[in-house]
Design a protein around this ligand. Structure first.
Ligand SMILES: *Cc1c(COP(=O)(O)O)cnc(C)c1O
Length: 464
């Protein structure tokens, strides 16, 4: 399997190169040169998440990793999950099910992709006898998932910068109580933007970047999307035995999760519709409704991991919509950067509306996030986190009258966002037992000034 860039001007790469490269040199995102087709009858007969994972992802990695080694990486990645079989499908009634993706080590769906990506990185680097230094900035949520993915991996050191005193105690402790010697937390005296600027400056410092072999595990990496295609197949298998179509509603930020669902459909999974659920940051909802994408400023909501304006993975769908014309995408993205607006014509809007719908869900008011948390808890006993509540509220508006089962993706455990959940239903959710000793474990982090030279010196010193 070869990989092509959405902007059409980068060389084709193997899976191993795509994994380590991330963004293509022409600024595009990598996609497989063609979509392998699922053997639905064979997959329907499989009986574990990891068996389905091997079958679905096998063709994507086949040229870079041998089958047995890949199977071992998959098993290792998903051994850290608490659920009986990695994910849980919960019936909410009325044709709506919840696919719980938060049973991994940091209580959010990002673990499903990152746990595997950590092992894939380590495998690829050891094969090449190379090491890598991962650096990243976090406002709280992604840092812990990246740390859990990279901890104890031989070929990786990971440095995560967070704004000192500005992340919640649970979020900080999820990062700083990991005792592994290859994990380094730096609390920067500044804001999240200062942390992000430091990371960008490190990547921009070419001698430093090459010296420490800097790398990233960001959400545009194809391997993350690939790992997420699996649970769409698993959900449909458990719900219908892959014999009838299913629809999905996805609480969406950067568009990686829902694009993985579309990829599964491109591989032959019977899916009727995808509903993109946005919070008040509704650029995607406006795009699907009008065919025009226009940037506005970000407003903070109870679902912070979806407080995003430009969803980078949307470029992958635009590339498919344009019949894989990379030059057209390069031109469109340039116009978007210059003017802040991207418009598509009626034919393309018609193409999108065959498969895509969208909803915007605000925190407050009728049918909003807070009311949905309260209603679902009263009606079913199920406690939703605010991101999942955006999805369930959106899905509830759509299930009426449709005979196709609807699956809403549950992206975080409610205990990760206790304040919002308490505000919604009046009760504070408890941390699951497996992370219950979080408040007793010893913390380890360095507090540093917002000073590039000092941070680079610390990174150099630690990886020696
Ligand atoms: C990252 C995240 C999202 C958004 O997922 P995308 O792939 O960026 O669309 C939604 N919910 C939670 C809890 C997240 O952490």
């Amino acid at each position: 399997m070869r990989y092509v860039s959405t902007r059409g001007a980068a060389p084709e790469l193997s899976f191993g190169d795509v994994l380590l490269t991330g963004l293509a040199p022409d600024g595009g995102l990598y996609l497989p040169a063609e979509w392998p087709q699922l053997d639905l009858a064979a997959i329907a007969a499989l009986d574990s998440y990891t068996d389905v994972a091997r079958a679905v992802m096998g063709p994507f990695v086949a040229d870079s990793i041998d089958e047995v080694a890949f199977g071992d990486l998959v098993d290792a990645a998903y051994s850290t999950f608490e659920a009986d079989d990695v994910v849980e499908l919960v019936d909410l009634g009325g044709g709506l099910s919840l696919l719980e993706l938060f049973h991994g080590p940091t209580l959010a769906f990002k673990d499903i992709a990152l746990q595997l990506v950590g092992h894939l990185f380590d495998h690829e680097l050891r094969t090449r006898s190379e090491r890598i230094t991962i650096v990243g900035a976090t406002s709280g949520d992604t840092g812990s998932a990246a740390i859990e993915a990279c901890r104890d991996r031989e070929a990786i050191d990971i440095f995560i910068l967070h704004p000192h005193g500005r992340v919640s105690e649970v979020q900080r402790r999820q990062m700083t109580t990991v005792g592994s010697s290859n994990v380094h937390n730096i609390a920067i005296e500044g804001t999240f933007d200062d942390c992000q600027d430091l990371v960008k400056a490190m990547f921009g410092d070419v001698p430093f970047r090459d010296e420490v072999r800097l790398g990233a595990v960001n959400s545009i990496n194809w391997a993350r999307v690939m790992a997420q295609t699996v649970y769409y197949v698993v959900a449909a298998q458990r719900l219908t035995g892959l014999a009838a179509p299913v629809s999905f509603t996805v609480p969406t930020g950067n568009f990686g999760n829902v694009f993985a669902g579309w990829s599964a459909r491109a591989m032959g999974l019977p899916v009727e519709q995808f509903c993109v659920a946005s919070n008040s940051n509704d650029i995607l909802d406006r795009f699907f409704a009008t065919g025009e994408m226009e940037i506005r400023s970000v407003v903070p909501t109870a679902s912070p991991s979806m407080d995003i304006q430009v969803s980078s993975n949307l470029e992958r769908l635009l590339f498919e919509m344009a019949g894989r014309d990379g030059q057209a995408i390069a031109d469109a993205m340039q116009t978007f950067r210059d003017t802040g607006v991207l418009t598509i014509d009626d034919d393309r809007r018609a193409w999108l509306s065959e498969t895509w719908t969208s909803q915007r869900v605000d925190d407050d008011g009728a049918g909003g996030v807070m009311e949905t948390i309260d209603r679902v808890h009263r009606e079913t006993g199920v406690v939703l986190d605010p991101h999942t509540a955006v999805g369930v509220a959106a899905a509830s508006r759509r299930v009426n009258g449709s005979h196709t089962p609807m699956v809403c993706l549950a992206t975080a455990h409610p205990a990760k966002f206790p304040d919002a959940v308490e505000k919604g239903m009046g009760v504070r959710p408890e941390l699951p037992a497996r992370v219950g000793d979080l408040f007793e474990r010893e913390e380890r982090f360095d507090v540093m000034a917002n000073d590039l030279n000092a941070v680079e010196a610390l990174v150099r010193g630690r990886i020696l």
